[in-house]
Design a protein around this ligand. Structure first.
Ligand code: URA
Ligand code: CA
Length: 434
């Protein structure tokens, strides 16, 4: 086989065979196909797309490029949840203990964030003593003992995806549905879950800006998962504005605690109940979404969800005293108010601009090497649909620097106040089959 012929074939919109796709992934991972040829192949794929067979073959070839985690030593149906990325998305921190409190094991491998705000592991790193590096055997022991563990990636999972994603990032080929779907699903499949619940974000702060695109991505991923015997479903959720009120690592830890107490922001709580109910259904714990939501709500109301969160933090070496004493996670040096420039109704809080405002304070990474400041971030006091008066405090910036003009600028750009606002739904659609 010659790579140049396969690039040409893809460029002509002809279907590649499974053998051809496997060969490309193997040779690229080994380094015998150079980046320039792979980049050309990605660009051809970007323009011509892939058939279902091609996407499935690409996904499996990437799974087979590295190790796969074997979770069979954990009893029960293991369900993973994945979000396609948004701003202020605190759902994993809430869902992991909440679903575990219902008796469904959550064995989660998580990443660090390269978005505007930190990933789940960055948020957990705000907790003194919290460990996320465990051997696979210890990871499995944690889940068997506590029904929940959230750890960093160990082992050599999907090296092909790592290499391919880095190349896509610098060749403007990230935004391709077959490439995104195979990238995400290869990692989920290699991580060993029996069932996968996907939260596909739609809107300004997401990869997918329209519902049509998000639907296509969701259907592609659901098809891949089900084809390889992992029950997969997707929820399409709104990411026009940040989720919840907190954006920032320690701030989101507190928001998770509030939500597990039943006192969290409405959008974040509602999304957690919906995703959690899907996870319980996928695990065979309940037979309807209503039953699932009722069980989750009961675990919150009885304090069992928060108790499980405490157990999870302590099991991974964290000092859980912040649950009762919020100051234990430290405070940023400055709190700066952001005020409403006029009266009216908040009609837009553009998620990625709010995310950038938080990143400029140090809550996220612009480049991989950036160091995150766990204490900084933003709390929103008004969301889309809220009526406000000129001069009302709409957000508080938590900063360790006194110069925050650039962040305030971003918030100004992010905000629109109109005479009235149309509230978009939080959930657009649930996709259970391709
Ligand atoms: N997230 C991934 O893991 N891969 C992509 O290609 C896009 C988002
Ligand atoms: Ca949040």
């Amino acid at each position: 086989m010659r790579m140049v012929d396969l690039i040409h074939k893809k460029q002509q919109n002809q279907e590649l065979s499974q053998e051809e796709i496997e060969w490309i992934v193997q040779e690229f991972t080994k380094g015998t196909i150079p980046d320039y040829q792979m980049a050309a192949f990605n660009m051809a794929t970007y323009f011509t797309g892939m058939t279902d067979q091609e996407v499935a073959a690409l996904t499996l070839a990437m799974v087979n490029s590295g190790d796969q985690i074997d979770l069979s030593a954990i009893e029960g149906i293991k369900v993973d949840k994945h979000s396609t990325g948004g701003v202020g998305d605190t759902t994993t921190l809430i869902l992991a203990p909440l679903v575990a409190a219902c008796g469904v094991p959550v064995a989660k491998m998580s990443g660090r964030g390269l978005g505007h705000t930190g990933g789940t592991l960055d948020k957990l790193a705000a907790i003194p003593g919290f460990q996320c590096e465990f051997s696979q055997a210890d990871f499995i022991d944690l889940v068997n003992q506590h029904q929940v563990a959230v750890v960093g990636q160990s082992g050599n999972l999907t090296p092909a995806d790592k290499k391919l994603y880095a190349l896509r990032d610098v060749t403007a080929t990230v935004q391709s549905i077959p490439l995104i779907a195979s990238s995400i699903m290869s990692k989920k499949i290699a991580a060993g879950a029996d069932a996968i619940v996907l939260d596909v974000k739609v809107g300004d702060g997401a990869f997918m800006k329209s519902i049509e695109e998000a639907e296509q991505l969701a259907r592609t991923m659901v098809r891949i998962g089900n084809q390889v015997g992992r029950k997969t479903l997707a929820v399409l959720s709104n990411m026009d504005q940040p989720l919840g009120n907190a954006i920032g690592n320690a701030l989101e830890i507190h928001e998770a605690v509030q939500t597990l107490r039943g006192q969290g922001p409405k959008d974040l709580t509602d999304l957690c109940l919906i995703l959690g109910a899907q996870m319980l259904m996928a695990a065979g714990k309940v037979t309807s979404l209503d039953e699932g939501q009722a069980l989750l709500q009961e675990k919150i109301d009885k304090g069992e969800a928060l108790a499980k969160f405490r157990e999870f933090i302590e099991a991974q070496g964290g000092d859980a005293s912040f649950i009762d004493q919020p100051d234990a996670l430290g405070q940023a040096a400055h709190q700066i108010p952001f005020k409403a420039p006029r009266s009216g109704v908040v009609s837009h809080w553009v998620a990625d601009l709010v995310g950038e405002a938080a990143m400029l304070l140090g809550a996220g990474r612009a480049v991989k090497e950036d160091v995150i400041d766990p204490q900084v971030g933003i709390i929103l006091h008004a969301k889309v649909g809220d009526a406000v008066q000129e001069g009302d405090i709409l957000a508080t910036l938590y900063a360790n620097q006194s110069q925050v003009d650039e962040s305030l600028d971003r918030l100004n750009q992010a905000l629109t106040i109109d005479d009235q606002a149309q509230e978009a739904p939080l959930i657009y659609e649930i996709i259970e089959s391709a």
